[in-house]
Design a protein around this ligand. Structure first.
Ligand code: SF4
Length: 955
């Protein structure tokens, strides 16, 4: 295969064998220069001084007297100028975002040699356009007319006024900004390039090389065109372009757009001939749809296996191109060892790294810290646990860290006092955030320094991690200097918001150049690194519509039509550029596999890039389509069924005793899902505990129960009169105190809840008010049936249930805590408070209560009847039992009645008790049978809050 750079090397060598040292070869990037030099060396025999190889950016900066200004420094100067001309009252922070856009716009204005005074002109009369801009094409003039015409007829006069007011000031701002920068010998890129080409016109420069070869460029900006025109004019430049007739001759194909213009303006030498019909030959192209983003990397081993006959270990044979750079680590992990040397010739954006993720957690800590009443620095618990659980801190005081997190959960601590986290020097550094913005960089640097030292000592082989930390450290050091300089020179204290924005930008620009030996082995690279390079075997990962081409364009203050009118680049030009990169890259390749992810997430549309479709429908290549789009989520998850056994039953039975009876709640779990019962009661699987930011329903229930118990306790064994209940209802202090104490005990887990009043805010305050409302209503309902006597509150009741297990009669303890037993007239009421939803207080028959796998099981009624049975066994002298449910959610219904009914009727528990007992015995025998099979509920909605739903892969 004849590679483009190899052909260029051969051509140039043939022409300049004797005077290579007098040449300057200009490339789009450094990498292409390195490859070129390697090809050139193959041509040369003996010791020869080679030509100068530079990038197009270096070509300009060689002639410029300016230093490239730092963005913060430039925007700071721009702010002063903008303020002076527009009289804005915006602060620097508020301006910073606009400043970035304006700076990018000025950069474009200069790179495209736009007459800024014309562009920032307010065209009140659009007829003027023809006379004012005779140098523009009719199409450009039309774009301007379109814009100014629509401004003139705009209905939004206020906006129109404001917009024109700023627009009118932009030229003076631009002009003065550049004057100030020039005085300071500073410039942004476009300003520097424009200065160079303007001096060229005056003949101020001498070109020192005898000949310039412009190699493999594509989209040229106006400065580049002018510069090259000068070179061409004095006979000092030759242009070597790379293309294929497939896209060059197809006017509709955007890939050839720039090239068609380049060849007209700067034709290649007539004797520079190469094969430009590569697309006529059939390639092995495969487009692979993959159902996960990172799963795309798994195509690499298949590709390498398939292309084995064409594989060579040389540097320009095989490349893995990452259109999605975040796939680097998965790609590296997927390359088989036998592939040999792998050279990463791309910068890996540190933004995708674990270290960056960790720093973002520190940023969250900084942003969200505050002072408590005792002046301690505190933060919401998640900001601490996220850091403590981060993989970078693995192995650093891990035990203490785990213990600390467990304690937070146990004590439901919402906020954490940072100085308490002092398990190691690194922990101390992380959790001592600085007060002043100017110290933020030092804070990050200290932590990174300590982590670097720790990794070096404990995991020295982890070179990639060390490299990442090192690169990020350097970037933050640079930021530190800039922030300090701006603070010193321009007396400007920057705000946390601007600091974090800069922090993101600085780190966003940092790429770790994972570079081994660029001239050996399989290459892994990003899109831009592929410019001018050719490979026989290519695998492209991430050929998705928003990845290649990139669909993001920078924001601009200059309206689209004005940009168009003055020839500034937009999304069309960006698309054409990426299109060229794609076609040029594959034009000489023999085997090409491109994967794309079908996952739709955020801006990812899950679509194949337009280039894939063009190859399919618009070329002679007929790529093969492979669909690995099977969704894991739709795979049938294996059903879980567990056969009980003698051993597990015996183990469970050994845990049932008078003190730990089989409870009605356990029976209800069995009805909800027998597998859940098995996990919880047979296997004793712990249920994960989380810090509760809000009061969940069990805690709400506990607080309610606790409060009502405290209020009624003085009346146990006594008669409660209507007046007692009305007095309680009116006693705000009593009610509120008891609720506060219950919240302290059950939510804040205070051991001595009476000791210190808890501070209620947000959700806890809301719950406090809610409970007060329900309590008052309960007291009102009770006052209506008063007088009644309180027999017991929250007392344990249990009885032995006779059953037959394995043919042997046995007795099983059943029972639990009954919320309240009271006596109204002659009836003993067994009362259950329910804070959750209770669907119905009536049942059709007993079969209904014991039927399994129902969508809505009447668990509250079954529970109340079990308690009634247990109580009847404890109070054998009593005859009249009434199970009742105090359902809080029905408290305010007009027809509220707490009594459980059989159909629409009341019923006598004694009459149904024998049949009820039989049902209960059969149920308990089933639960305790070694032949029983515990299986998953068929009702998926019950799995939503089940603590075991990860095991079942449900939710
Ligand atoms: S996730 Fe569903 S099926 Fe599994 S144990 Fe929980 S409730 Fe049962």
């Amino acid at each position: 295969m004849e590679r483009f750079l190899s052909k260029c090397a051969e051509y140039i060598y043939q022409k300049h064998q004797k005077n290579l040292q007098n040449l300057c070869i200009v490339f789009p990037n450094r990498r292409s220069g390195v490859f070129f030099t390697s090809y050139l060396q193959k041509q040369i025999s003996g010791a020869v001084i080679g030509p100068k190889t530079i990038t197009v950016n270096e070509l300009f900066s060689d002639f410029s007297p300016f230093h490239s200004g730092d963005k913060l420094q430039l925007i700071s100067i721009l702010y002063e100028v903008f303020k002076k001309h527009t009289k804005t009252i915006e602060t620097f922070d508020e301006f910073y975002f606009w400043g970035e856009i304006l700076l990018a716009d000025f950069n474009d204005v200069d790179r495209y040699l736009v007459n800024a005074q014309d562009m920032f002109r307010n065209i009140a009369d659009i007829k003027e356009i023809d006379s004012l801009f005779d140098y523009l094409t009719p199409e450009q003039k039309m774009a301007l007319e379109h814009f100014w015409g629509s401004v003139a007829v705009s209905n939004n006069k206020e906006f129109q006024k404001k917009y024109i007011n700023v627009w009118d000031k932009l030229f003076p701002v631009y002009a003065e900004f550049k004057t100030i920068l020039a005085e300071k010998k500073l410039a942004y890129g476009g300003m520097s390039d424009r200065w160079v080409v303007e001096r060229l016109e005056n003949g101020d420069f001498e070109f020192d090389a005898e000949k310039y070869y412009i190699v493999g460029l594509n989209a040229l900006n106006a400065c580049e065109k002018k510069f090259f025109k000068s070179l061409q004019g004095c006979g000092k430049a030759d242009f070597l372009w790379d293309f294929d007739r497939f896209y060059l001759e197809d006017e509709k194909n955007e890939a050839g757009g720039f090239m068609r213009e380049n060849l007209t303006r700067f034709p290649s030498p007539d004797d520079f001939l190469f094969d430009d019909h590569f697309f006529l030959r059939k390639k092995n192209i495969k487009l692979v749809a993959v159902s996960s983003v990172y799963g795309q990397a798994q195509e690499i081993p298949h590709f390498l296996k398939e292309t084995q006959p064409d594989f060579q270990p040389q540097f320009d044979n095989t490349a893995i191109v990452l259109a999605d750079e975040s796939l680097l680590f998965s790609a590296l992990g997927a390359i088989p060892e036998e592939t040999g040397t792998v050279n990463i010739t791309m910068g890996y954006p540190v933004k995708n790294s674990v270290v960056y993720g960790f720093l973002m957690l520190m940023v969250n800590l900084l942003k969200n810290r505050r002072k408590d009443v005792e002046n301690n620095t505190v933060v919401y618990h998640r900001f601490v646990t996220d850091i403590l659980n981060h993989q970078l801190l693995n192995g650093i005081a891990s035990e203490k860290s785990k213990e600390f997190v467990a304690n937070l959960k146990f004590n439901n601590k919402i906020t954490v006092v940072l100085k308490e986290i002092n398990f190691s020097t690194i922990h101390q550094q992380i959790f001592s955030p600085p007060e002043k913005v100017v110290d933020y960089s030092t804070y990050f640097l200290d932590v990174l320094g300590s982590i670097y030292a720790w990794v070096k000592q404990e995991d020295a082989g982890n070179k990639m991690l060390l490299e990442l930390i090192f690169s990020i450290y350097n970037a933050i050091e640079k930021l530190k200097v800039v922030v300090q300089d701006v603070a010193k020179e321009q007396s400007r204290e920057i705000s946390p918001a601007v600091y974090f924005r800069l922090f993101n930008q600085y780190l966003g620009q940092v790429s770790v150049a994972f570079e081994g030996e660029p001239l050996s082995g399989t290459q892994v690279m990003g899109i831009l690194e592929t410019r001018c390079l050719d490979f026989e075997n290519l695998i492209i990962l991430g050929l998705n519509e928003n990845k290649w081409p990139r669909t993001f364009t920078s924001p601009s203050f200059i309206p689209h039509n004005i940009r168009k009118g003055f020839g500034l680049p937009g999304i069309d030009e960006q698309d054409a550029m990426y299109s060229y990169y794609f076609y040029r890259l594959i034009q000489r390749a023999k085997n090409v596999t491109a994967t794309y992810s079908v996952v739709k997430e955020g801006i990812n549309t899950g679509e194949l890039s337009r280039y894939g479709f063009q190859l399919l429908y618009d070329s002679n290549q007929s790529p093969k389509l492979v669909n690995l789009d099977f969704s894991f989520a739709n795979d049938p998850v294996p059903e879980i069924q567990i056969q009980s056994s003698e051993k597990s039953v015996q183990e469970y039975l050994s845990r049932i005793s008078k003190d730990h009876p089989l409870s009605p709640s356990a029976i209800n779990v069995y009805f909800m899902c027998s597998l859940r019962f098995y996990f919880r009661y047979f296997m004793h699987l712990p249920e994960p505990e989380e810090v509760k930011d809000e009061i969940d329903s069990p805690i709400f229930g506990n607080i309610f129960h606790e409060t009502i118990e405290a209020l009624y306790k003085p009346f146990v064994g006594k008669v409660l009169e209507k007046g007692d209940l009305e007095n309680m209802q009116k006693d705000r202090i009593l009610l509120e105190n008891e609720i506060r104490k219950a919240i302290a005990k059950h939510y804040f887990k205070e051991k001595d809840s009476a000791r210190k009043p808890v501070k209620l805010e947000g959700k806890t305050l809301l719950i406090f008010e809610n409970i007060k409302t329900f309590l008052k209503q309960l007291l009102k309902i009770d006052a209506e049936i008063a007088p009644f006597s309180v027999e017991s509150l929250e007392d344990d009741y249990k009885t032995e249930l006779p059953v037959v297990l394995n043919g042997m009669p046995q007795k099983i303890w059943i029972g639990g805590k009954i919320d309240r037993v009271d006596r109204v007239n002659s009836k003993l009421r067994i009362l259950d408070y329910k804070t959750g939803n209770v669907d119905s207080l009536s049942f059709k028959n007993l079969d209904e209560l014991f039927e399994k796998d129902q969508k809505k099981h009447k668990k509250e009624i079954l529970q109340a009847l079990i308690y009634t049975h247990v109580l009847s066994k404890n109070k054998t002298n009593e005859r009249d039992f009434q199970p009742v449910i105090y359902s809080l959610r029905k408290f305010f219904d007009e027809t509220y009645s707490p009594e459980i009914s059989w159909g629409k009727q009341g019923f006598s528990f004694q009459e149904i008790e024998p049949e009820f007992l039989e049902h209960l015995q059969v149920l308990v025998q089933e639960i305790l049978s070694p032949k029983n099979v515990f299986s998953q509920t068929p009702h998926l909605e019950k799995c939503q809050y089940c603590p075991y739903n990860k095991i079942c892969q449900r939710y």
